[in-house]
Design a protein around this ligand. Structure first.
Ligand code: ADP
Ligand code: MG
Ligand code: MG
Length: 917
């Protein structure tokens, strides 16, 4: 309560116009909670001061002031001048020193610092307050002329470069010249006399670049510097960084004016950076680097090679002990790994900054798990410390970030990971090369199911066209394989076996690298680092499991995928697509036989349905006997293949539910589209190529997405789903016999009307009853439906009278609700997102306001009819964190996603619970 009141009071004060907050001598006017107003650096300097950490005193000018300054056209708002003067006086008093006083000069740093850490993006000026008289005074008092000239030349450089727009390179050149002349390598080897010359050179450079003399008045120096820090908020690199990191909604940067301490007064001085834990591995150990006799950013800038923190233990044992004690104290206080800056002046330690350290994905997980073990934080807190993106990164090999990349094109980051391989343009070539031991990257204009083998053989996939849910993208994610999709600048020429990007040509066999998290296409080979899943990884996910309420299933079509997903923690299968079972190897041939007889077979069925005359029926049966035999015979050939597949999947998922979706795509997808392949088919099935071509044409659809597919096929050809239902139940009974538990859930796709479902379901159940009778055995199962046509969602109360479960197929639901197909939307969707018409690509993240409403309505209506109706999601959105949050909120029972996204979903589902508490 008291805290809340205090916060309110400070907020009110801010409104009343307080712009400057003092910290020093154990007291501060601000605290760590005031990051928005004082920036992370300022808020933490205040907090540390109150904690009794040795922090040089100073004051912070608010971010609001930065915003006002920029709005006023780079002018100080009213009252600021007085407030700054008052605080300078206060600082002078605290330090027992005065601006410009040669005997006891006050020297300060002027540092930027926004609410979110933007490392090195904005400006800092050190040693402000120096002028000729002060330098003379310092020499007289300390007898350390080398030191005095060193800080002076640094100040002129920084002030000139950062504040007045001189070229840093000019100063660099002058310093280099001095070092060459002196015959030394490092700046700390220059003598006082030599540095004195450097100072004079610097002043001359300043005058030449700026046009005026270097200002001697500290108040003038300060005003200019504050302006420069405010101005650096809008520097291009700062803007770029905020764009990259998605940082929005901040007022600006705060300015921290702080008394200087010096790490460059001699060999009992130094400056460094340290982390309370290893930011790369997460290991609990003190980690850091420092330089003796150095100042400020010397360590980061790599002026000299810094020493490992371990050496400080020997070099300055007292300071080391004090530093490690403070590291422990601050980490405990902030309850997170800290990244700190320190300076040692004549053996005395000062802390200049602390913040929550940036860390790798691996370190994030290790930290989270360890800190729970250490009882520093609660599991709920730990779970929020790791982002789903970090989790994602961990599961894929990645490029060594230390190696430069020659990025020639950028596409959609369709599937994360890093791949290096030789370019091939054909799926068969990919397979052949892979067999020969080469690593290949499959480059296609777009991919189709015919390319699966080649995609599987490749280490990465690059497409010129297609979106985040294009065939290439979906399949690659399912395979956990790196994919860059829709890289429009990559122009592929299949004939020439090459692609071009601008003037660059890449031929078959050339090496490229793909970065799937950023969508980069890189020329040549970039070295990769394999992901290592530590023990913490498993422990962390167990922590997530304890919190989440959503079930996590996987989309898997093979026993291998099922097992992998199970190892990642999947609690069942939410979607097994059976079309792959029609494609692989030899089975495509009976499928094609079936399709060739399909028209006549359909004619027979309609004829029979239309007549009551027995004679007529007999005539029809005779007329179409061949077609019937061919169609049903083909299905008989498929049955054992499918049954075998299901046996494998049921075994791999023993004890867990498995949702099998009956055939979904239109039949034409199973026919070859290219002439050469059509010829091959004709030869194989002993018919004319013309007949094949005719069938391809007959099955052609103007809009296959809205065509003859899903349950519509089953209404026309009930035998197909009957065969599948039989294969499923025969497999289930077979596995059950071995003592394993099987929980089959048969899912009927593309339902728009309850009547459709009733008809198809009746057939499926009838076939299952036959199987039970034949095998003299039975078992529980469910028949449910996908909700993917808007009408099904709108009439979900009716649909639920037949459906025993719902699974929202949000890929199709999105297409049909938004009215564009994911294969064609690529042409304009990017622009739509850019213009903010849609905030994100609705195929990447569920459109919660529109499509989401259909989902929510479907769940509500469905459960009105059937209490406790099990509802899940099996679209690509099932593995996307913001969509998972939505699924949690609308009360779905589970999400289902590709195997490699299962851990991400486990995390996202736990975060959803915490976030929505
Ligand atoms: P950044 O945000 O880029 O890290 P900082 O404002 O932290 O910039 O400052 C840059 C460097 O100057 C850091 O190494 C910091 O420790 C050092 N520094 C800043 N203020 C002082 C000071 N008052 N005394 C000594 N060193 C300082
Ligand atoms: Mg800086
Ligand atoms: Mg810093």
């Amino acid at each position: 309560m008291a805290k809340k009141k205090a916060a309110k009071k400070t907020a009110a004060k801010a409104k009343a116009g307080k712009r400057v907050y003092f910290f020093g001598n154990g007291k501060a006017e601000a605290n760590a909670k005031m990051k928005a107003l004082l920036g992370g650096k300022g808020a933490n300097l205040a907090e540390m001061t109150s904690l009794g950490v040795p922090v040089p005193p100073g004051f912070t000018i608010s971010t609001q002031t930065c915003s006002d300054f920029n709005q006023l056209g780079k002018k100080w708002p009213r009252g600021l001048k007085e407030e700054v003067a008052k605080n300078v006086a206060k600082l002078e008093k605290a330090m027992g020193a005065k601006f410009g006083d040669p005997k006891k000069p006050l020297l300060v740093s002027v540092r930027s610092g926004a609410a979110v850490s933007m490392p090195g993006m904005m400006d800092t000026v050190l040693n402000l307050g120096l002028n000729d008289a002060v330098v003379a005074g310092i020499i007289e008092k300390t007898g350390n002329a080398r030191f005095a000239y060193d800080i002076y030349r640094r100040f002129i450089d920084m002030f000139g470069d950062v504040v007045m727009g001189c070229h840093h390179a000019h100063f660099e050149a002058a310093l280099h010249k001095a070092k060459v002349k002196a015959g030394v390598e490092n700046d700390n080897e220059l003598t006082a006399e030599q540095l004195k010359v450097v100072v004079e050179d610097y002043k001359a450079i300043y005058k030449k670049d700026v046009g005026t003399m270097f200002p001697q008045d500290p108040m003038v120096q300060l005003t200019h510097s504050v302006n420069a820090v405010f101005g650096s908020w809008d520097a291009p690199r700062a803007i770029k960084y905020r764009q990259m990191e998605n940082i929005t909604g901040l007022l600006g940067t705060a300015v921290n004016v702080q008394a200087m301490v010096f790490g460059n007064m001699g060999d009992d001085c130094g400056t460094g950076v340290c982390f309370t834990r290893n930011p790369s591995t997460g290991k609990k150990e003190f980690y850091g680097e420092y330089l003796i006799n150095a100042q400020g950013e010397d360590v980061v800038a790599g002026i000299r090679t810094p020493l490992d923190l371990k050496h400080l233990k020997k070099d300055m044992p007292k300071a080391y002990k004090q530093l490690t004690a403070l590291m422990t104290k601050l980490e405990k206080h902030y309850k997170d790994m800290q990244d700190m800056e320190f300076t040692i002046q004549e053996k005395v330690l000062y802390i200049l900054q602390t913040r929550n350290g940036k860390r790798t994905a691996e370190a994030a997980i290790t930290n989270a798990v360890d800190m729970v073990k250490e009882k520093m934080i609660k599991p709920a807190e730990a779970v929020m410390r790791v982002t789903p993106e970090q989790m994602d990164r961990l599961l894929h090999p990645h490029f060594d970030s230390k190696v430069a990349r020659n990025v020639i094109a950028t596409g959609l980051p369709a599937s994360p990971g890093a791949a290096v391989g030789q370019v091939v343009f054909d799926a068969d070539v990919a397979e052949a090369w892979a067999k020969a031991g080469k690593t290949v990257i499959l480059v296609r204009i777009e991919t189709s199911p015919e390319d699966i083998g080649g995609m599987d053989a490749a280490v990465g996939i690059l497409t010129q066209r297609g979106g985040m849910t294009s065939h290439a993208a979906v399949v690659a994610r399912g395979m956990g394989k790196c994919c860059v999709a829709g890289a429009g600048d990559v122009v592929i020429n299949y004939k020439k076996k090459s692609f071009t990007v601008g003037k660059t040509t890449v031929k078959e066999g050339d090496f490229i690298s793909l970065e799937g998290t950023e969508g980069q296409v890189i020329l040549g080979k970039v070295p990769t680092v394999e992901p290592k899943l530590s023990g913490s990884f498993g422990l962390f996910l167990k922590m997530c499991d304890k919190i989440r309420t959503l079930g996590i299933r996987t989309n898997a079509d093979t026993p291998g995928d099922s097992k992998r997903a199970r190892d990642f923690g999947a609690e069942g299968i939410g979607l097994t697509r059976t079309e792959h079972m029609f494609f692989e190897g030899e089975r495509i041939w009976p499928v094609r036989e079936m399709i060739l007889a399909a028209d006549d077979y359909a004619a027979l069925l309609t004829g029979l349905a239309d007549t009551e005359c027995k004679k007529e029926a007999a005539a029809l049966n005779k007329q179409y006997a061949g077609a019937k035999k061919q169609f049903e015979g083909a299905l008989k050939k498929l049955l054992p293949y499918q049954r075998k597949d299901f046996v494998g999947i049921f075994k791999a998922m023993a004890g867990l539910p498995v949702t099998v979706r009956l055939l979904d795509p239109p039949l034409h997808e199973f026919l070859p589209q290219e002439v050469a392949n059509q010829k091959e088919m004709a030869k194989r099935l002993k018919i004319t190529p013309k007949k094949v071509q005719e069938q391809v044409e007959a099955l052609h659809e103007f809009n296959p997405m809205l065509g003859h597919r899903g349950c519509r096929l089953a209404v026309t050809y009930p035998a197909i789903y009957r065969m599948q239902a039989r294969a499923i139940m025969e497999a289930a009974l077979q596995v059950k016999k071995t003592g394993k538990k099987v929980l089959p859930e048969i899912m009927i796709p593309l339902i728009g009307s309850v009547k459709e479902l009733a008809i198809v379901k009746a057939d499926v159940i009838d076939e299952i009853q036959k199987v039970f009778k034949e095998k003299k055995s039975k078992m529980p199962y469910m028949v449910g439906t996908m909700i993917e046509i808007p009408r099904a969602a709108l009439t979900a109360d009716e649909v639920a009278t037949e459906a025993e479960f719902f699974s929202f197929g949000t890929n199709d639901l999105t297409q049909m609700a938004m009215g564009f197909s994911r294969d064609d939307a690529g042409k304009f969707l990017g622009e739509y997102v850019k213009q903010g018409i849609y905030a994100v690509d609705p195929f990447q993240a569920l459109d919660q306001t529109g499509v989401g409403k259909l989902v929510e309505m479907g769940v509500k209506l469905g459960r009105k009819t059937r209490k406790g109706l099990k509802c899940g999601i099996c679209g690509e959105h099932g593995g996307e964190p913001s969509s998972i949050d939505f699924c949690h909120r609308v009360g779905l029972n589970y999400v289902s996603c590709s195997p490699f996204r299962v851990p991400i979903a486990r995390l996202a589902a736990a975060q959803a619970v915490i976030r929505n508490k």
